[in-house]
Design a protein around this ligand. Structure first.
Ligand code: TYM
Length: 336
């Protein structure tokens, strides 16, 4: 069976974009793939400086996966930091990765461009963790011999980099060991590939425009009211596809209801206020059961820790097998 793998970085409360772009599609693959899902906690260290918060967000991402339906008896589920083999492989793969490739990575380039625009040193505030980020992500993927990687659109370049890096390794050492070449799977439909946030841009922790998954109802309602809309009067026709409210609704309402709402918007007669009420209802209905489960899992002493410890064992065995073969292929002593 082929392997499906994906991870989420614990840099903030998990949000609707994570659920729609990654968690839901990943869980749909469990029947057809061997599934391996994890919490990319060391990736979060490139930006998170508060140890308590990092611990909290790591638990929170883990609880979210389980609340959303991940079954640890069918999926290998672990924290990246519990698998030291990944960090040894990170060095080996760094040595076959061109620096030029990393110079072109979106996140690093965006930081440089921001600095240049502000007239600062282009590398101001850029740490080596941010620069090496795509190599670590490549290792996450390659160490588990992943075939497919379900992600939102913003992560596709990273998966292509992993394929590139695997290619470089295979070119040099393919006679003795070859990495599996991974491929990204993105959900269908633009609103799922890039779910809009509160300001209409991509929902992202770095834009501070997210709708967290597990808010108390009153706060969820408040956030939904904040999503910007234009001033088209209730009676006038509206374009569903340029409305963040509708794009969000499309992902959470039953398809027949969303189709009906699309028609009413296009015909005119449905106002933004009513549309927002519909969105709040759909979100709340969808998320309320998950929220209850999430709250239980976040209690100290819940099964979260045992689940992650068992997952780490399985993940280490897998990565250890790959690491031994890689050490052998590159000529590191004691590898056999
Ligand atoms: P992260 O933590 O930023 O996001 C986790 C997943 O959620 C998806 N996503 C979205 N999808 C649709 N619309 C949105 N607005 C939206 N926002 C986030 C992301 O595309 C992602 O799939 N580098 C990764 C974590 C990572 C990883 C890996 C992923 C580390 N190693 C190995 C896959 C395989 C990241 O920062 O995702």
């Amino acid at each position: 069976t082929k392997v499906s793998l994906t991870g989420i970085k614990p840099t903030g409360e998990p949000h609707l974009g994570n659920l729609i772009g990654a968690i839901r599609p990943a869980l749909e693959l469990v029947d057809r793939f061997e599934s391996i899902y994890f919490i990319a906690d060391y990736h979060a260290l490139t930006t998170e400086r508060d140890p308590e918060l990092l611990r909290h967000y790591s638990r929170s991402v883990a609880a979210t996966w389980l609340a959303a339906g991940l079954d640890p008896s069918r999926t290998t589920f672990y924290r990246q930091s519990d698998v030291p083999e990944i960090f040894e492989l990170m060095w080996v793969l760094s040595c076959v990765t061109g620096k030029g490739l990393m110079n072109r990575a979106h996140a690093y380039k965006a930081a440089r461009d921001r600095n240049l625009e502000a007239g600062e040193d282009p590398d101001a505030g850029v740490n080596m963790g941010l620069f090496n980020y795509p190599v670590l992500m490549a290792v996450d993927i390659l160490a588990m011999e992943s075939d497919v990687v379900p992600v939102g659109k913003d992560q596709v370049q990273h998966v292509e980099y992993a394929a590139d890096i695997a290619g470089s390794f295979n070119h040099a050492y393919g006679d003795t060991y070859s990495f599996t070449i991974p491929e990204a799977i993105v959900p269908e439909g633009t609103s799922a590939q890039t779910l809009p946030g509160l300001d209409g841009r991509k929902m992202s922790k770095s834009y501070d425009n997210t709708i967290p998954l597990f808010l108390p109802e009153a706060e969820l309602k408040k956030l939904v009211r904040r999503i910007p809309t234009d001033s088209t009067p209730v009676s006038e026709p509206k374009d569903p596809d340029s409305s963040a409210v509708f794009q969000l609704l499309e992902q959470f309402a039953a398809p027949a209801d969303a189709a009906e709402t699309r028609k009413r918007l296009e015909e005119g007669g449905l106002g933004w206020g009513e549309l927002k009420n519909q969105l709040f209802e759909a979100l709340d209905e969808h998320l309320a059961p998950l929220r209850a489960r999430y709250d239980e899992l976040m209690e100290p002493g819940s099964e979260l820790d045992t689940v992650l410890a068992e997952g780490a064992e399985k993940a280490r065995q897998r990565a250890g097998r790959v690491l031994r073969r890689v050490r052998g292929a590159v000529g590191i002593a004691g590898s056999a």
